[in-house]
Write a protein that binds this ligand. Sequence first.
Ligand code: AMP
Length: 351
Amino acid sequence: MRLNKTIGILGGGQLAKMLAIAAANLGFNINIYCPDRDCPAAQVASKVIFGNYDDSDNLVAFAKNVDILTYEFENIDTKALEELDQQVEIRPSIKALKISQDRYTEKSYLNSLGIKTTQFYKIDSVADIEKLLNRLKKPILIKTRRLGYDGKGQVLIKNQDDINKYFLGKSLAPSIAEEVISFDRELSIIIVRDKKGNIKAFEPGENVHEHGILLTTTLPTSTSEVLKNNATIIAKKIVNDLGYIGVMGVEFFLKEQGLYVNEIAPRVHNSGHWTMDGSYSSQFQQHIRAIMDLPLLSTERHSDVIMYNLIGTVTSNLVNNELAKVYIYGKKDVLPGRKMGHVNLIKKKGS
Ligand code: AMP
C-alpha cells in the first residue's frame, strides 16, 4: 500500500538512505535531491533528482512534487530554502536550521535559553585570535562558524607559532574561539517532537570521538539518572522553544556534574544509530512519523548496545560478529575519515 504522500529529502547520504528505508516501510514515496549520482540514498529512493544545493530552479522543481520537505544535513543555503518554504512545508523549520548552521548563533541562542555552553568568542581576524590568546593565556579551539562537521574546520591554538602555522598570510573565515574543556565524558540525546507538541526522548548515549569523528556510542552509560534527566530537560527546552517538528540530536560535554551543550543537529544524528537495534523504535522511524503527523512510538531501550562507526573501511572483525547488526552505506570510494557504515552490537539489557 502507498500512502500516496511523497517526502522530499535534501541530501543523499547515509542518513537520507536510512530515512528513506523507514519512510518506504510506512508506504511513503521518497524523492531525494543531491548532487552526487552515486549517493547512498539513490539505492533505495523512489526518485532521485541530481542538482546542486544552490541551484534554485532545480530545487524549486524538486519541491513542486513533494508533500513535505526534510533534510539530512544542515549546511544548505538558507536563501534557496526560503524560496522552497513558499511552496512546501519544510520540517524541521528553517529557523532551527539557521540557528544550527552558525556556531556563534547556535551558542548564543542556547545561552539565551539559560543553557550552558563552553565559553566562546567571536573571531573575525587573525588579530582577534592573537588578542584573545594573550588575554586568556590558555589554549583555544578555533572553529569556523559555518560548514564545520566531524572536527573539520577546527584547529587547536596553543601559542603564536600555531597562529603563524595555520593562519599567517591566509584569509580567515568568520570563526569562533572556544575554550578547551577537559570533559569527563560526552553524551548525546536524540529527541523527537511532533506538531502537537508531543515529545519522546531516547535514553542518552555515551560517545567517544577521535579527531573530532564519532567512533562509538554506548548504552547504557554510567551517568547518573539525575544527569540523564537533566539532559532530557535541556533537549525538551530547545525543541519546545523552536516549536520543532522532527528528530533533533543534542550533544553534551559532561564535566564535574555539569552539562554543557556542544552542538544541536536539526536532523537524525550519527549518535542515534544505536536506536535501530537497541530500542523499540529507531530515530529514522520517529523522524518520518513526526514530519508526517503520525503518532510517535515508544523510545524505550530493550537492549544494551554499542554502535561502532566503520570509518575509512568496510571490513572489520565486527562485521562478522554473530550478534552484529551491520549497515554498509554503499559509498563508491573508501576514503580515510569517511563514514562507510556502522555496526550495532547488541546484548540482552543488563546482562
Ligand atoms: P564539534 O565539531 O564541535 O562537534 O567537535 C567535535 C569533537 O571535538 C567533540 O565531540 C569533542 O570531542 C571535541 N571538541 C569540540 N569542542 C571542544 C572543546 N571546546 N573542548 C574540548 N573538546 C572539544
